[in-house]
Design a protein around this ligand. Structure first.
Ligand code: SF4
Length: 463
């Protein structure tokens, strides 16, 4: 049966406590910082999409310059604190740390990153000064990581920024789309407030492109427009029974959990989650933590092709989620209009497809899962109708941009998930910086001295 309020307040608090507790003492952070070899041409830094100067910020921690360390991180990634919690570091910086080659524990880069940036947010350190207003005005649509990152770079340069956000809070995917035990809604609010504290950025909430905001009007009113509208809901499965009560969208499920609170989210007793990306893992683990007795992840390929990282997979397994490999949903069974089971087809792998992964092929074998809830997490679809209505060139709904992040519409720029179809938060932050650079060039404000502010790695290489 699907119901909410399955657990006590204490159980919810325990199940949704921060999965990565911070360093307990300053000395514990120093011990780890002092292990860093401060590598020349640091491989950790090369795998950071925002090029955070990792050896530099770790050196600053080891020399007790915590403010300097936070400044180094935020100069490259204004979401440095949140990314320290949600980045898949095992396939990025920490996965590249040279200690891995010595069969030793990698430097806990994310934990050190959080150490200085969380202090900066808690203590409201003012690390950036906005230049006096230049009178140039830019509109940004979407206050997610790409939009806010773009806004922060522009504001630092004295551009007056107005962000139009369809939700009642900023942060986008970070605020509404990630498991609450990785990053709490309260932390997201503090992070957004900290980013906005630079000044020069006005956010108009509950304003949605195509409903109460028109691109044509923004083009007239502003020197440039940046679209960071993200992507929409999960793709349909296209199978019988998908309309039954109890079939839900993973994005919706996670959104409600973060927006309304744990006890108000209905969850089944036995839940199937379709897909194996980060959203699928977040949905499965949270269904379990909300009190579902059984959660089964259904994935049509094998461990070798899974899109989530092993670290994510381990979280799901430790939470007690089961995985059905080489299985694809075929039909949702119903009883009185509600989910009563999920029929799955057993698959086998054929030749590699366009993504380079071997394609799953149906066999004649099938089985039925005894479930009362099905969560769909099979990838999000772009806002294709909105994009086409606004005459933006696109490829299957993904906005096409040229050099400088320009779209096919004059004075309109774009970046983030709306362009790449959905990547990590850290990729969206870099997209926002790229968008800001393109806009500054377009409005005649890109100068050589902006470069060090835009990309901190440049400072490091010159030092
Ligand atoms: Fe430090 Fe590891 Fe990066 Fe080298 S690769 S600079 S040891 S974190």
């Amino acid at each position: 049966m699907i119901t909410n309020n399955r657990l006590t307040p204490e159980q919810y608090a325990a199940n949704f406590a921060d999965i990565h507790p911070p360093f307990e003492t300053h000395d514990a952070a120093l011990v780890e910082a002092n292990r860093c070899l401060f590598c020349y041409d640091a491989p950790c830094m090369k795998l950071c999409p925002t090029s955070i100067n990792i050896p530099k910020f770790i050196k600053q921690i080891s020399t007790e310059n915590i403010k300097g360390s936070a400044h180094t991180i935020f100069s490259s990634n204004i979401f440095g604190a949140g990314c320290g919690k949600v980045c898949p570091v095992e396939k990025l910086c920490e996965g590249a740390c040279v200690y891995n080659l010595m069969d030793e524990e990698a430097i806990p880069i994310a934990k050190l990153q959080r150490y200085s940036t969380e202090k900066a947010i808690e203590q409201k350190w003012k690390l950036f000064e906005r230049k006096p207003s230049t009178g140039k005005k830019v509109a940004i649509v979407g206050a997610g990581p790409a939009g806010l990152s773009c806004a922060h770079v522009l504001s630092r340069e004295g551009v007056d920024v107005t962000i139009y956000e369809k939700e009642s809070k900023g942060g986008g995917l970070m605020t509404y789309g990630i498991a609450a035990y990785k990053v709490t809604p309260e932390f997201c609010e503090d992070e957004v407030d900290y980013i906005l504290s630079i000044g020069g950025i006005t956010v108009k909430y509950n304003r949605e492109l195509g409903k109460n905001v028109s691109l044509k009007k923004l083009q007239k009113k502003y020197d440039a427009v940046y679209l960071s509208i993200g992507v929409g809901l999960t793709r349909n499965l296209g199978i019988k029974g998908e309309e039954l009560e109890g079939v839900v969208d993973a994005i919706d499920f996670i959104y409600t959990l973060r927006d309304k609170g744990y006890s108000s989210v209905p969850v089944g007793d036995k839940v199937a989650v379709i897909g194996l990306g980060m959203t699928a893992i977040d949905a499965a683990t949270q269904a379990k933590r909300l009190g579902a007795s059984e959660v089964t992840i259904v994935y049509r390929r094998t461990h070798a092709e899974m899109p989530c990282t092993q670290h994510e997979m381990d979280i799901a397994l430790l939470d007690g989620c089961k995985i059905k490999w080489l299985s694809a949903p075929k039909e949702v069974l119903g009883h009185h209009g509600k989910v009563a089971g999920l029929v799955c087809r057993v698959m086998e792998l054929g030749t590699p497809d366009a993504s380079g992964r071997r394609s799953p092929i149906e066999t004649k074998e099938a089985f039925t899962l005894d479930v009362d809830m099905v969560i769909k997490a099979t990838g999000q679809t772009p806002f294709i109708k909105l994009i086409e209505e606004n005459e933006l060139d696109n490829k299957s709904g993904k906005i096409v941009i040229s050099n400088g992040c320009r779209t096919s519409v004059p004075s309109v720029f774009a970046g983030g998930d709306a362009v790449n179809g959905g990547k990590e938060v850290v990729d969206a932050v870099q997209a926002g910086k790229d968008g800001a650079k393109g806009i500054l060039e377009f409005i005649g404000m890109w100068k050589a001295e902006v470069e060090p502010v835009y990309n901190n790695s440049v400072i490091a290489l010159k030092e």
